[in-house]
Design a protein around this ligand. Structure first.
Ligand code: ADP
Ligand code: MG
Length: 829
């Protein structure tokens, strides 16, 4: 006779899950055991099994009076006994295990013996394996199934637990057949009257008539004759799906279905998860697997959040959150589950950046600067304009940082044209006055040249030019020695480059301007005191570790024209302090922005010609062909030829692309800036930072291919002088999202607002490039959820204040989890 071990095992597993509080069954475990043993004892025939049964005192148990530790031990022993009993039953039955046991539900029902044997196996698996094991440890997951999951980025059991459904279908409300509405997704519980195979559209299909006390309804499953066997007459079945009308009668067409038995429903009659699928994975199969995995493994996930934090923030426990995210009881719990999981992502992100900041600032002293230096006064006085109030405020914030013995880590945000460069130049001079070197890093060589020229121009107004060579100028009269500024870009001759590098190493150069290569390849500084990084909203992680590897802990200023809502900035760049220039220099006007259809190209050209006639200049940005610079350059050359020969033969055109030698680029930029050219035809390289106040027209081809922030950057190239400026975006056949972007850029001038829209359209991952920047992935967290962001941030700070290195015993799990999350996320050093 079979020992009915299943109820006992279930109760004990639940008791284990709930933490041995004697809460698994109503009335307590002892009462349950009295009942169960009374029924089961007669069927225990094996003497060995019986003697162990007695040793465990299952009959007169006193679970209620045990301590939690004792309960745990005892439950474990009883479960071992159960496993043993089930194993023996299996041997008696002699059943073989099916090869792949995530049986599609259309396969025959498991016999009791098979069911038992699968449980035994699973039980021992769960006991011995960690959730970081490959998913093949899960019973029934073959290596071929594992390969299919791998394509979805799922390798370990933990990955599977975090493989969340895209969404849920709400099949939770059951209806009577008489209440069905055509066109609605409905769920019914019914009796099968009869089911048979039919041909529908030439394919073998199943048709069934089912009924409840209010009526009958026809159900068809196209192309699936195998269901007939499952739907035996008088079986109870749950159906969920859209109701349609056929010959005036209701019919369910290929609904989700499930037999109503004593186990939990997973495909119908509830919130049913829809998983992202890949070839070779069937929805029912994945759901079934996920249910098993969640039930068996979710409770093994360690919840690292301290209980008092969870209570304060009203967060679900982690195992519960994971299981509810897959198979939620209702919408409200589902939301709570999402909140908990999103909180974790943001919280660990935040803890990570905070510890990076601590490492950066505290593991070595920085170099405090004296900021009362005459050169600053002289420089500011010499400017052809007065700093705006916002610039002055930000400058003060920077100087206050520089005075401190720990290195500055500051992010400076400012709308395009708000005047970040001047402020950066001012602090670079302060570094020089303190006998420290400064590095100014920019994303493109063209921009490096422009900054070099600008800074030299500014310095020549106050200092006396001493030495002047290609890529290097020095000025006397500013410090008690000549102040030397150099440009280091890939394009200069090897000999020159080596000479510059040597002078940088000797400490003979005060300010060096270049691309990121500055801190990457072969450049060694004598005494680097300040690093400024311009126009790099993805800057972060890598460059900072790069610097650290060189043994520097200079003050660091990161500048960006991509405005990021404050909370987001604090979350993603939480290791940086934040300054904002929230004001444009006086006299700036809104740039008139228009999205044009290809048919309007000629009138755009005509407009441009009129502007040129009145002495203004224009940019034309070539169509975006491909990411490759070489192809991009070729396309630009062709466009330049077309424009100068066919469209504007009478105007002076210049060409700019990334593949041109630096001297040529420099020449073109110089001629454009000095007004010798009317139109600059360019690849999207001018996107960043180029500054020509007399340019009033920006014409962008294939504008729908650019992101909002990029379009805004293009627009920022004009409107820098006193004249009214115009921006024209041409788009052939914009996609829906492209169209939306163009609508938005037409309407909105404010960079902040655009950034928020961009975030909404693109999603956080793409917007911030979190993947590339080495930050952990965000799956559940929506960065638009400001309240949760703020909560996660304030909790992280609170924890950090209490125990910044997570050394306290109650924070050990947190420390472990933090290490795991960040190690997966990227290569932080
Ligand atoms: P950003 O880098 O923030 O986009 P820039 O530093 O390139 O802006 O400055 C844009 C232009 O505004 C430059 O021509 C600069 O000389 C000018 N500028 C900067 N600050 C002021 C100011 N306070 N008043 C007038 N013009 C300014
Ligand atoms: Mg700039």
């Amino acid at each position: 006779m079979l020992i009915n071990t299943e109820p006992l095992r279930k109760v004990l597993e639940l008791e284990h899950k709930k933490g041995y509080l004697d809460s698994a069954v109503f009335g307590g475990l002892d009462k349950f055991l009295r009942n169960w043993t009374g029924q089961a004892i007669g069927s225990i025939t094996n003497s060995q099994l019986l003697s162990r049964f007695h040793k465990l005192h299952l009959i007169n148990s006193s679970y209620a009076s045990l301590t939690r530790e004792q309960r745990k031990e005892w439950v474990k022993s009883v479960l071992e006994w159960v496993a043993e009993a089930e194993r023996m039953e299996e041997e008696k039955g002699g059943d073989k295990l099916p090869e792949e046991s995530i049986m599609p539900s259309s396969s025959p029902r498991l016999t009791p013996a098979r069911r038992l044997s699968s449980r035994v196996r699973r039980q021992s698996t769960v006991a011995n394996q960690s959730i970081d094991s490959p998913i093949t440890v899960i019973r029934g997951v073959s290596s071929s199934l594992a390969t299919r999951f791998k394509r979805l980025g799922v390798n370990t059991v933990r990955d599977l637990l975090y493989f969340f459904p895209r969404r849920h279908l709400d099949y939770s409300q059951t209806k009577f057949i008489s209440q069905l509405t055509v066109g609605e997704e409905e769920t019914i519980i019914a009796n099968v009257w009869q089911a048979h195979e039919v041909r529908l559209g030439g394919r073998r299909s199943t048709e069934a008539i089912v009924g409840d006390e209010t009526g009958n309804v026809r159900v068809v499953w196209f192309n699936n004759p195998y269901l007939v066997k499952q739907l035996a007459t008088n079986k109870r079945v749950v159906l969920s799906g859209r109701v349609s009308l056929f010959s005036g009668r209701h019919v369910f067409e290929s609904p989700e279905w499930e037999l109503l038995e004593d186990r939990e429903l997973i495909h119908t009659g509830r919130l049913v998860p829809l998983y992202p699928l890949t070839q070779g994975l069937r929805p029912r199969q994945v759901r079934k697997l996920m249910k098993e995995v969640v039930d068996q493994w979710a409770w093994q996930v360690e919840d690292s959040l301290p209980p008092e934090l969870k209570e304060r923030c009203n967060l679900l426990g982690l195992p519960q959150a994971i299981s509810q995210a897959h198979y939620p009881e209702d919408e409200a719990v589902k939301d709570k589950a999402r909140v908990r999981l999103a909180f974790d992502e943001l919280f660990f992100l935040q803890l990570g950046v905070l510890s990076k900041k601590r490492d950066w600032q505290e593991s070595q002293p920085g170099s405090p600067f004296g900021v009362e230096t005459p050169i600053l006064e002289v420089f500011l006085k010499s400017l052809p304009f007065e700093l705006t109030a916002a610039q002055k405020r930000v400058l003060r914030e920077l100087l206050a940082d520089l005075e401190k013995p720990r290195p500055m880590c500051r992010l400076l945000q400012g709308e395009v044209g708000s005047g970040k460069t001047v402020v950066a130049t001012a602090v670079l001079l302060v570094a020089a006055a303190n006998d420290y070197q400064g590095a100014f890093m920019v994303p493109t060589e063209i921009l490096a040249e422009q900054h070099f020229n600008n800074i030299c121009q500014l310095l020549s107004r106050v200092g006396h030019q001493e030495e002047s060579e290609d890529y290097l100028n020095s000025y006397s009269g500013l410090l008690n020695r000549p102040l030397t500024v150099a440009l280091l870009i890939g394009d200069i001759s090897q000999v020159r480059k080596q000479e510059l590098q040597k002078r940088i190493l000797d400490g003979d150069i005060d300010i060096v301007i270049g691309t990121h290569a500055l801190i990457q390849k072969g450049v060694e500084f004598h005494r680097l005191g300040l690093a400024v990084v311009d126009e790099q909203h993805r800057f972060g992680v890598e460059q900072r570790s790069e610097l650290r590897q060189k043994g520097f802990r200079p003050h660091m200023l990161v500048m960006t024209a991509t405005p990021i809502p404050r909370t987001l900035a604090l979350t993603l760049y939480g290791d940086l302090d934040l300054s904002v220039i929230d004001q444009l220099p006086p006299g700036r006007q809104a740039v008139k922005t228009k999205w044009l259809k290809p048919a309007q190209r000629d009138s755009a050209y005509a407009f441009l010609r009129r502007q040129a006639a009145s002495g203004r200049q224009a940019f034309i940005i070539c169509p975006l062909v491909e990411e490759s610079e070489a192809i991009q350059a070729k396309a630009a050359v062709a466009e330049y030829q077309r424009l100068s020969e066919e469209v504007f033969p009478d105007l002076r055109l210049g060409l700019l692309h990334g593949r041109m030698p630096a001297v040529e680029k420099d020449g073109v930029m110089r001629r454009f800036r000095s007004g010798e050219l009317d139109i600059l035809v360019s690849t999207p390289v001018v996107e960043v930072g180029i500054d020509v106040p007399n340019a009033t027209v920006m014409l962008v081809e294939s504008a729908d291919r650019f992101g909002l922030s990029q379009l805004h950057q293009f627009r920022g190239r004009v409107g820098r002088g006193q004249e009214q400026s115009y921006c024209m975006f041409l788009a052939e056949n914009p996609s829906e999202i492209g169209r939306e972007r163009l609508d938005l850029i037409e309407k909105i001038q404010d960079g902040f607002q655009l950034a928020e829209e961009d975030l909404r359209l693109r999603g956080p991952g793409e917007f911030f490039g979190t993947r590339q920047s080495g930050l952990p992935d965000l799956r559940m967290a929506k960065l638009s959820d400001v309240a949760l962001l703020e909560l996660a941030r304030s909790e992280a700070i609170r924890l950090f204040e209490k125990d910044s290195s997570l050394e306290k015993p109650e924070h050990q799990l947190l420390a472990k989890e933090l290490a795991r999350v960040w190690q997966e996320g990227g290569e932080w050093s």
